[in-house]
Ligand binder design. Structure first.
Ligand code: IPT
Length: 469
């Protein structure tokens, strides 16, 4: 994070933008490229996308839940990180939270002793897959009359964790082995932060916390974002936080990044005290980080805030019987438009009422993984031969500098321009209109935010150049 000083010229701000770099956690997140998402919960059984809040715990009734099957499907497809839903908007907790009666503990599933989050985390760890947890800020169960969401309560000083009668953490809190926080929280935020605390202290390392911005409640609950971020960064300092903090929503749910996708953005707010990243531009705007955006007079600081591209392999986030996975060419197009444009692809699968990812989704995931491996793994890249696509990389640990580039191929003894583009970032993929045989490739950086910007260029051989696949 670099503050913008009031006296900075436009050139000064550009020079500062060139110095902004990712944290190690952001770098690890970006390099993983393919993240999985698993939406599973009462909606799986009711056929709804957002739920109502009027569900009952016994609605959640998987017959053969096997989180190892989930992990195996993602591992086989080469996904290095998976985010699981711990609570979606309808408010049902898939873990036995102390702060609600609306959870797996109240269901007949495993006689109330089940914990989907535990099974999920353990299964991913067994496969060396990084773990992310989704805890919906919006909560339709709590938005019911007489409950805590948007109930107008005033913030008060709250100790987190807030111990409950017979709390098994009492000794660890008393001897300081579990950290405590004193925070100003209203009723709902007190519940939410205590649930974050449970998820971030009882399940081992968590590499990503997913704070969905969607709100189907029609109510305005103030969110204590700064307190949430303080708790998350204290309990899991190596986690990235989706939305408001370390990775951002790309702006659509189709897995498509911008042609020019900047990871360095200008923000408003006091850089000394603001944990929240308030972008100068709306999160869905076409341009978030160009020189024009950097020159916005409201901008007070610059930070690394890269794009995560969420999308689902089926239509919608949750399973229904009729849903079939997207075709492989739709998924490869998505890969090219996300990972191939400096984003991370966060691809959702939808387990069914058994608690298993249906075989057609597993197979398609595997096909996508095989395609990525054979087309874009390092071993699949060449510096000469018949190529169908160009792959570029910038060393983002040093920042994102390149604003324009041209790629040439040495074709029968003379350099021909094959492709041009704007940003590169972690990875940029450009599919050629038709394959071409080159003896060599070169990239020319034609505009950059600092001297010495360099990129790597390679070609991919395996491509049918029919647009997507
Ligand atoms: C959208 C939110 O506004 C955004 O912050 C992010 O959480 C995103 O969802 C996740 O997909 S709302 C959605 C209905 C477009």
């Amino acid at each position: 994070m670099i503050p913008i000083d009031p006296g900075d010229t436009a050139d000064d701000v550009v020079a500062k933008a060139a110095q902004v770099t990712p944290t190690p956690a952001q770098l690890a997140w970006q390099r993983t490229e393919l993240s999985g998402f698993v939406h599973f919960g009462p909606n799986t059984f009711t056929g709804r996308e957002w739920g109502t809040g009027a569900e009952v715990p016994d609605d959640f009734a998987p017959t053969a839940l096997d989180t190892r099957q989930w992990a195996a499907a993602f591992a086989a497809a080469g996904f290095g990180r998976v985010i699981g839903v711990a609570k979606h908007h309808e408010g049902f907790c898939l873990f036995p939270s102390r702060y609600t009666e609306h959870s797996v503990a109240a269901s007949r599933w495993h006689d109330g002793s089940g914990d989907v989050v535990r099974g999920f985390v353990d299964a991913m760890r067994e496969r060396d897959i990084a773990v992310g947890l989704y805890l919906s800020p919006a909560d339709l169960f709590e938005a019911q009359p007489g409950r805590r969401y948007a109930n107008g309560s005033e913030p008060r000083s709250v100790t987190v964790p807030t111990l409950v009668p017979g709390d098994d953490r009492a000794d660890a809190v008393a001897d300081g082995s579990l950290p405590t926080f004193e925070l100003d929280l209203d009723d709902y935020n007190a519940c939410f932060v205590n649930q974050l605390y449970e998820l971030l202290t009882e399940y081992g390392p968590v590499e990503e916390v997913w704070l969905d911005g969607a709100n189907p409640t029609d109510r305005e609950q103030p969110y204590a974002w700064e307190a949430w971020f303080e708790v998350i960064s204290t309990l899991q300092p190596d986690a990235v936080v989706f939305n408001g903090r370390s990775v951002r929503w790309v702006g659509n749910e189709s897995g498509v990044a911008r042609e020019s996708e900047w990871s360095v953005l200008p923000f408003v707010g006091d850089p000394a005290t603001t944990r929240m990243r308030n972008e100068v531009a709306d999160e869905e705007a076409a341009d978030l980080g160009s020189r024009a955006r950097l020159a916005d007079p409201r901008a007070t600081f610059l930070d690394w805030y890269p794009a995560e591209c969420d999308a689902s392999i089926v239509d919608g986030w949750f399973w229904t019987e009729d849903k079939r996975p997207l075709a492989l060419d739709e998924l490869t197009s998505m890969y090219l438009a996300s990972v191939g444009r400096n984003g991370v692809l966060l691809l959702n699968v939808a387990p069914d009422i058994r608690g298993l990812i249906p075989a057609d989704q597993v197979a398609r995931l595997r096909e996508l993984g095989d395609w990525v491996r054979t087309t874009y793994d390092d071993e699949a890249l060449v510096d000469h031969g018949r190529i169908g696509a160009i792959v570029l990389r910038e060393a983002i640990e040093l920042g994102q500098l390149i604003e324009a580039f041209e790629v040439d191929g040495l074709v029968e003894g003379s350099w021909q321009r094959l492709a041009t583009g704007t940003t590169i970032g972690h990875k940029r993929i450009l599919v050629l209109d038709a394959p071409v045989v080159v003896d060599s490739l070169r990239v020319r950086v034609t505009a950059a935010r600092a001297e010495g910007a360099t990129a790597e260029v390679a070609g991919s051989t395996a491509h049918d150049n029919a647009g997507g696949e």
